[in-house]
Design a protein around this ligand. Structure first.
Ligand SMILES: CC(C)(COP(=O)([O-])OP(=O)([O-])OC[C@H]1O[C@@H](n2cnc3c(N)ncnc32)[C@H](O)[C@@H]1OP(=O)([O-])[O-])[C@@H](O)C(=O)NCCC(=O)NCCSC(=O)C[C@@](C)(O)CC(=O)[O-]
Length: 261
C-alpha cells in the first residue's frame, strides 16, 4: 500500500482513495503509479466484485500535477491513458464516489467510471484551455459520456459548472445532497452485488460495443450472446434461483485475463 493512494475491501467492494489532499489529489507520477497498482490489485482479487474510486479532502481530483509539471518540464500524465482504459474496460463495475469538486484530468477519471455520484456542493471545470493546454486524453472518456453541445461549451470556455448541471449533461450519474453521497454509493454497490458477475462484465462490454455496430450485425451478434447467456452456468443459476424463490449463488468475480475488446 502506498502513501498517495489507499485501499480497503469489505463485503465484495474495494474502495480506492486518492489521498493527497495537500495538492487536491493532483495526478502526479507517483499518485498515478499507485493508482494503477491499486486498480490492478482490485481487478485481480476474486473477492472484489465492485470497485469504488474516491478521494480524501475537499477535492476529488485537481487534474494533472501542475507543480510537478513545472518542476520537471516533462509530461506527468504518461500513465494516465492506461489507467482510464483499465477502468473503462474493467469487467468489474466501477463507481466514482466524488468527495468534492473536480477539474480537468480529474473529470477524465469521473467519465471513465461506470457510475459517478457527486455532492451537490461540488463544482466542475474543464480548465485546460485556460492553461493553454488541451483536454486531449480526457476527451476519450468524456466524449463518450457528455452530450456534444455541452462538451463543446465547457471544453472551449473552461467555465465552472455545478454538480446538477454535470448530471444533466451526463458527466455524473447523480448529484445528491452532500450528506446523501455515501448512502447513494452504498445503494448502487448493493444493486451491483445482486447481478451475476459475468452478466455484469458482458453488459458493460455491450454498452461499449453495441452503439458502434451496424443494425443487422448488432441484432445477429446480440441474439447469439443472448442465447449463450441463457445456457451459461450463471444464467441457469440465476433462473433456477428465481423460480426456486431463493437468492442466486454466484461464482467468484471475474479476474484477468481481462476482456480488452
Ligand atoms: C481544484 C481547486 C478548484 C481546489 O480549490 P481549493 O480547494 O480552494 O484549493 P487551492 O486552490 O487553495 O489549492 C490548494 C493547494 O493545492 C495545489 N493544487 C491545486 N491544484 C493543483 C494541481 N492541479 N497541481 C498541483 N497543485 C495543485 C495549490 O497550488 C495549492 O497549493 P499551495 O498553494 O497550498 O502550495 C483549485 O485548486 C484549482 O483550480 N486547481 C487547478 C485545477 C486545474 O486547473 N487543473 C488543470 C490540470 S491540467 C490537466 O489536467 C490536463 C489533462 C490531463 O486534462 C490533459 C489531457 O487530458 O490531455
Amino acid at each position: 500500500m502506498g502513501n498517495l493512494v489507499h485501499e480497503e475491501a469489505a463485503g465484495g467492494v474495494a474502495t480506492i482513495t486518492l489521498d493527497s489532499p495537500r495538492n487536491r489529489n493532483a495526478l502526479s507520477v507517483a499518485l498515478l503509479g499507485e493508482l494503477d497498482a491499486a486498480l490492478r490489485r482490485a481487478l485481480d482479487d476474486p473477492g472484489v466484485r465492485v470497485i469504488v474510486l474516491t478521494g480524501a479532502g475537499p477535492v476529488f481530483c485537481s487534474g494533472a500535477d501542475l507543480k510537478e509539471q513545472r518542476a520537471t518540464g516533462a509530461p506527468v500524465t504518461a500513465a494516465f491513458p492506461e489507467i482510464m482504459t483499465l477502468i473503462w474496460e474493467s469487467p468489474k463495475p466501477v463507481i466514482c464516489r466524488l468527495n468534492g469538486t473536480a477539474r480537468a484530468g480529474g473529470l477524465g477519471l469521473v467519465a471513465a467510471c461506470d457510475f459517478a455520484i457527486a455532492p451537490e456542493s461540488a463544482t466542475f471545470a474543464f480548465s485546460e484551455v485556460r492553461l493553454g493546454v488541451a483536454p486531449a486524453m480526457i476527451a476519450v472518456t468524456v466524449l463518450r459520456r457528455v452530450e456534444p453541445r455541452a462538451a463543446a461549451e465547457y471544453f472551449m470556455t473552461g467555465e465552472t459548472f455545478s454538480a446538477a448541471r454535470a448530471a444533466e449533461i451526463g458527466l455524473v450519474t447523480r448529484a445528491v445532497p452532500d450528506e446523501d453521497v455515501d448512502v447513494t454509493v452504498a445503494r448502487y454497490a448493493e444493486m451491483l452485488l445482486l447481478g451475476g458477475p459475468e452478466a455484469l462484465a458482458i453488459t458493460k462490454r455491450l454498452l461499449r460495443e453495441v452503439p458502434a455496430l451496424p443494425m443487422a450485425e448488432g441484432m445477429r451478434r446480440m441474439a447469439e450472446l443472448s442465447a449463450e447467456r441463457f445456457t451459461s452456468e450463471e444464467g441457469q443459476e440465476g433462473i433456477r434461483a428465481l423460480l426456486d424463490k431463493r437468492p442466486p449463488r454466484w461464482a467468484a468475480a471475474l479476474t484477468p485475463p481481462r476482456d480488452r475488446s
